[in-house]
Design a protein around this ligand. Structure first.
Ligand code: COA
Length: 535
């Protein structure tokens, strides 16, 4: 065994300061998660309960196998949205949970938020959930009760929103089961959620599934009608045939959904690897590793030692390109190649080492984990002349064309093209999570403000104009503040640039759940098929 040693001194002032800083950020995060849990607020929650209905998360809880975890995704969606400001969580709950022993992708409208209507962030979140279901072959269960499109923002969602229904039938075509459980309103476009699903369950006297309600029908054809005859559960179960299962109440609907899943015959491609040894070091200590000031480097092996099985890690090329740590481990029994930034900057050696390592993982069919703490690729004459562009491009080529599943965790900095090379969001990692300590942007706020200032100064000089130093200082301060706030994980999570901000102590569990979900679908590494590597 090659067990990592640890130099972390939990009694040191640095450790304590890092821990305090992380705990303060976690408290902020919890306050934002609480907003998502509160949904539309007390008034709407009480009204909903008064109607004898369960909340979105209660529905999910009853659907899942008892005492199994639910990996909620994108709980901060819509965070930081302004004019209009949408509720944190975007009126939709999504995540992965186990139903009758089968890992499923579950979505549930939150009817306490504007009638469960979908806004642009709900749409992004729903599409992300569909992508996850498709990539990992997870059956999709939609718990439906929604006012359809959020009408004031229809211009942002009507046209792209068609993808929701397209995805449902593409999932079905790929052999991935889709199940709709209708608890309430599911009208107009929303009617296509049950309409496009493989299995449909509707709740008596609650489900309303029609293209047009009574007022619209009256306007269109003059016909007098009512909700029940146009789209009630009984009508759909007995007359139209849209409902496969008629449920007497919400609990019954969830019970029937579980029975449908039990009969899906949905099999995972890879067997569960069984119990694995926990890390040798306490995961609690993950709180004190990342410094509050990201300019201070930290050793990612301290993180690896606390997330992989038995802290057992075989490092690859430990003496070469030392600013990137690469090596092999298992996590909850699943084999894993790890790439972790060690000193922040990526040089030519690190880039080539990464490209080689990624190819090895592809040859061996081993998923990759990217642990981010990078300020990007090295700049300067020496490095440009040494070919940093082509070497960085090599790494990005390898990441882009790699075909093994990728996981990314932003622990600290994730700046510039370093974010790309380390499998940032645009490089389609199967899952990407951020720690509350993470920051991501095209570059650091001070550097960005400084670059803008130099450009403005040169522009003024070229025009022969005097340069206003006071205005420059004010602009720099403003830009720095803006970039800082836009680099923070809650802001980025609000825009769906990650799948959630997690407590560092949960990293092993979250990655284990992701790896288990990933191993539902078959994968094979790229044996060739990379682009032209510039040498
Ligand atoms: N867009 C924007 N806001 C919506 C909305 C929508 N599609 N649906 C509901 N809301 C808002 C309501 O205006 C209301 O806001 P308020 O409390 O500030 O007045 C809030 O959400 C709750 O709606 P309410 O009608 O009081 O809730 P309900 O539970 O009694 O009924 C619906 C929910 C969805 C059945 C009902 O609101 C409805 O029929 N909405 C329109 C559905 C529709 O035709 N959508 C277009 C589909 S493409």
């Amino acid at each position: 065994m090659t067990v990592l040693s640890s130099a972390l001194d939990v009694g040191s002032p640095d450790y304590r300061a890092n821990r305090e800083a992380m705990l303060a950020r976690l408290a902020e995060l919890e306050a934002e998660h609480a907003k998502a849990l509160a949904g539309g607020g007390q008034k709407y929650v009480e009204r909903h309960r008064g109607r004898g209905k369960l909340l979105a998360r209660e529905r999910i809880e009853l659907l899942l196998d008892p005492d199994t975890p639910f990996l909620e995704l994108s709980p901060l969606a819509a965070w930081g949205s302004a004019s209009p400001e949408y509720t944190v969580g975007a009126s939709l709950v999504t995540g992965i949970g186990v139903v009758e022993g089968v890992e499923c992708l579950i979505t549930a409208n939150d009817p306490t938020v504007r009638g469960g209507a979908s806004n642009p962030w709900s749409l992004k979140k729903a599409l992300r959930a569909n992508d996850i279901a498709l990539a990992n072959r997870l059956p999709c269960i939609s718990l439906v009760e929604s006012g359809g499109a959020d009408l004031p923002s229809q211009k942002e969602i009507f046209i792209p929103g068609g993808a929701i229904f397209r995805d449902l039938t593409r999932l079905s075509a790929a052999g991935i089961p889709t199940i709709a459980v209708v608890f309430g309103n599911s009208t107009a476009g929303g009617a296509y959620v049950p309409g496009m699903s493989d299995h449909v369950i509707m709740v008596k006297e609650r489900a309303k599934v029609f293209l047009g309600g009574p007022p619209l029908v009256k306007m269109a054809t003059g016909e007098e009608s009512d909700d029940e005859s146009l789209g009630g559960a009984e009508m759909h179960a007995r007359v139209s045939g849209l409902a496969d299962h008629y449920a007497v109440d919400e609990q019954d609907a969830l019970r029937q959904a579980r029975r449908v899943v039990a009969r899906l015959n949905h099999r995972k491609t890879y067997a569960d690897p069984g119990p694995a040894d926990p890390p040798e070091y306490d995961q609690e200590e993950l709180l004190g590793i990342v410094p509050g000031d990201l300019k201070v480097p930290f050793d990612p092996r301290e993180v690896i030692a606390r997330i992989v099985d038995a802290s057992d890690f075989d490092e690859f090329k430990p003496l070469y390109g030392t600013s990137l740590c690469t090596g092999w481990a298992t996590l909850h029994g699943y084999p894993l190649g790890v790439l972790a930034n060690a000193q922040g900057v990526l040089f030519s050696e690190e880039s080539q080492k990464a490209a080689q390592f990624i190819q090895l993982a592809n040859q061996r069919d081993i998923p990759l984990l990217f642990l981010h703490n990078t300020t990007g690729y090295m700049v300067g004459r020496e490095y440009e002349q040494g070919g940093i562009v082509k070497h960085g491009a090599m790494m990005i080529n390898a990441v882009s064309n790699s075909r093994v599943p990728h996981l990314s965790v932003l622990m600290g900095a994730s700046y510039g093209a370093g974010h790309y090379g380390m499998c940032g969001r645009a490089y389609d990692p199967r899952f990407l999570f951020a720690w509350p300590s993470a920051k991501s942007a095209v570059m650091g706020p001070q550097q960005l403000a400084g670059v803008l200032s130099i450009v403005a100064r040169q522009s003024a000089a070229a025009k022969g104009q005097p340069y206003d130093e006071d205005a420059d200082a004010a602009l720099r301060a403003m830009v720095e503040q803006q970039i800082e706030s836009e680099s923070l994980p809650m802001f980025l999570s609000g825009r769906l640039y990650d799948d959630g901000v997690i407590d560092p102590r949960d990293t092993r569990t979250v990655l284990g759940l992701c790896l288990s979900a990933i191993h539902t679908a078959p994968y094979e590494g790229a044996r060739g098929g990379f682009g032209v590597f510039r040498m």
